[in-house]
Ligand binder design. Structure first.
Ligand code: URA
Length: 423
């Protein structure tokens, strides 16, 4: 095989054979296909696309580049959830212990945030003592004991994707549905779970800005799952408005705990329950009602055990920002919009996110949305709290929020949270 031949096939709109895909992914992982060659191929894929069969094979080749977690010995049905990422999306935090409390095992191998969306590990690291790095043996033991694990993906899972994603990031080749879908699914298939639920975000705060794109990605993800023997379904959910009220690491943990104690914002509760039902259905546990486990304390108990198992103190105080700046409503009326992307950028500027991979996040920083679309507000009422340890960041956050919300005389019909389901 030659990399140039493979690039030429895709450049000219042809179809890659199974052998070509297996070879190029493997050779790239081993350093025998150069970065510039893979970058050219990624660009050809971005421009020409891949068929569902090519995409499934590409995914399988990336899975085969590393190890697959052997979860066969785990005594409960295994199921995971993946979200394509959004602003205020802390659903993994309440969902993982909730689904475990209902009888399934959930190995959530997660990542850190980059850009305006937060990462689950960054959020949990605001809990004193909590440790993201676990060995495979620890993951397996915790799945048996607690049923819930959220931890860093081990180095050995889908190394081809780690290398390729970093390359795509700097070559303008992230925005390809076959490449995004194979990247996400390779990591999830390598987790070794039996079933998977995808939360494909749609709107200003998401990768996919409109419903057609979101459906296309959801379909590609579900097709790959089915082709590899994973029970897979996807919900397409709104990300034009931040999820819940809290955006930022410790702020989101506090909100997740509210949900686990039977309270919390209605949209976070709705999505947590919808995804839990979907997961329990896949796990053969559809007779269990997750709402009961939230109400009677079983989900919260499962959370405490999950945090403690990884060295965290669930009763410890979370970090709090030294400086809080308040934005108030300029007029009275109904809040009709609150742009997710703008709120994400503001939280990021306040210190909740990173500019470069090696940066640290400020765990206390973020935005608290005191009003959400549909709420009636009066002039002068606090709308948004900007939390930070660095007051000099407030001006930039305020700048990001200019024009991000709308107050009008009449309520507009709000869009539903769950937009579609793809199986
Ligand atoms: N998330 C991933 O894991 N991979 C992509 O390619 C895009 C988003």
């Amino acid at each position: 095989h030659s990399a140039v031949d493979v690039i030429r096939v895709k450049r000219d709109g042809g179809r890659l054979s199974d052998e070509q895909i297996d070879w190029v992914v493997d050779a790239y992982t081993r350093g025998q296909v150069a970065d510039e060659q893979m970058a050219a191929l990624a660009m050809a894929v971005l421009l020409r696309g891949m068929t569902p069969e090519e995409t499934a094979r590409w995914t399988a080749a990336m899975v085969a580049s590393g190890e697959v977690l052997a979860l066969g010995s785990v005594r409960r049905p295994t199921v995971d959830k993946h979200s394509t990422g959004g602003v205020g999306d802390k659903i993994t935090l309440p969902l993982t212990p909730l689904v475990a409390a209902c009888g399934a095992a959930v190995p959530q191998l997660s990542g850190r945030g980059l850009g305006h969306t937060g990462g689950t590990l960054d959020k949990l690291e605001s809990i004193p003592g909590w440790r993201a790095q676990l060995s495979v043996a620890e993951v397996r033991a915790q799945l048996d004991e607690v049923g819930a694990v959220v931890c860093a993906a081990t180095e050995g899972l889908a190394p081809a994707d780690r290398k390729l994603y970093a390359l795509r990031d700097v070559t303008g080749t992230v925005e390809s549905i076959p490449l995004i879908a194979s990247s996400i699914m390779s990591k999830k298939i390598a987790e070794g779970v039996q079933s998977l639920v995808l939360d494909v975000k749609c709107g200003s705060g998401a990768f996919m800005k409109d419903l057609d794109q979101a459906r296309e990605l959801a379909t590609a993800l579900v097709e790959i799952g089915s082709a590899s023997g994973l029970r897979t379904s996807a919900l397409i959910t709104d990300m034009s408005v931040p999820l819940g009220r809290a955006v930022g690491n410790a702020l989101e943990v506090a909100e997740a705990v509210d949900v686990l104690r039977g309270g919390g914002p209605p949209d976070v509760v709705e999505l947590t329950l919808a995804l839990a039902r979907e997961m329990l259905d896949h796990a053969g546990l559809s007779d269990v009602d997750p709402a009961d486990a939230l109400a009677d304390g079983r989900a919260y108990d499962s959370w405490r055990r999950m945090i403690e198992a990884q060295g965290g103190d669930p009763a410890a105080e979370l970090p709090r920002a030294r400086h809080i700046d308040v934005l108030t409503a300029p007029q009275s009326g109904v809040l009709t919009g609150l742009d997710a992307f703008a709120v994400g950028i503001a939280a990021w500027r306040l210190g909740a996110g990173r500019a470069r991979k090696e940066d640290d996040v400020d765990h206390a920083a973020g935005v608290l949305c005191l009003a959400k679309p549909g709420d009636t507000v009066t002039a002068g009422q606090p709308l948004l709290e900007l939390h930070t340890d660095r007051p000099e960041t407030v001006a930039g956050a305020r700048e990001a929020l200019r024009g991000a919300y709308e107050i009008s005389g009449a309520d507009r019909r709000s869009t539903p949270l769950i937009l579609d389901r793809v199986v």
